[in-house]
Design a protein around this ligand. Structure first.
Ligand code: ZN
Length: 183
């Protein structure tokens, strides 16, 4: 009995260690993809906070789940779908020319960029200032692009979360998102 318990404890310990290392490797990989797409490094502490427990302005479970899936790129892209089924195109369903990567579909696609441009214009009207709001802020909710004295960060991230939600609803449709989806 004692031997069985010891063996079980050892197995559990080993399994836990393996799962932790898998989580950490995968998270590092995703972080690397974001850094490559954004063209800048993400502070490890900021990354850990993004991957951590729900907190801040996105307090509801559904909002946090959506945020978690976005941060970890868990939405199936045309690029990934093509790997599962080569009969399906790897191209973006909206512009139908570039490969439908996660970053392309949510940010750099010209059809999506048009809508982001209008959203950012509207945010600058709401906040009555000219903020630089790039992909790091819009997609990940990073704070490093806003000036230190900007006090309405929570509202900014809530509004951007609403925008992302609309983009994700139209994720693999051929229709381009418009500002009317968000209003
Ligand atoms: Zn596209």
């Amino acid at each position: 009995m004692l031997a069985e318990n010891t063996q079980l404890r050892l197995i559990t310990k080993r399994l836990y260690k393996t799962l932790c290392s898998l989580k950490s490797n995968n998270s590092d990989k995703v972080k690397g993809r974001w850094e490559s797409d954004l063209g800048s490094t993400i502070d490890p502490e900021v990354w850990n906070a993004l991957c951590g427990q729900r907190s801040g302005p996105l307090a509801s479970y559904s909002a946090w789940e959506r945020q978690f899936k976005s941060v970890h790129r868990l939405y199936i892209t045309p690029e990934v779908r093509h790997k599962f089924n080569p009969d399906l195109t790897e191209h973006c369903t909206k512009c139908q020319s570039a490969v439908g990567t996660f970053f392309h579909c949510l940010w750099s696609c010209p059809h999506v960029q048009q809508c982001w441009f209008i959203i950012i214009q509207q945010l600058n009207i709401i906040f009555k200032r000219s903020l630089y709001i790039g992909a790091g802020t819009c997609l990940l909710g990073l704070n490093n692009e806003q000036p230190a004295g900007f006090k309405k960060r929570d509202l900014l991230h809530i509004l951007l979360h609403c925008a992302r939600k609309c983009f994700l609803v139209m994720w693999i449709t051929d229709k381009a998102p418009t500002i009317h989806c968000i209003q």
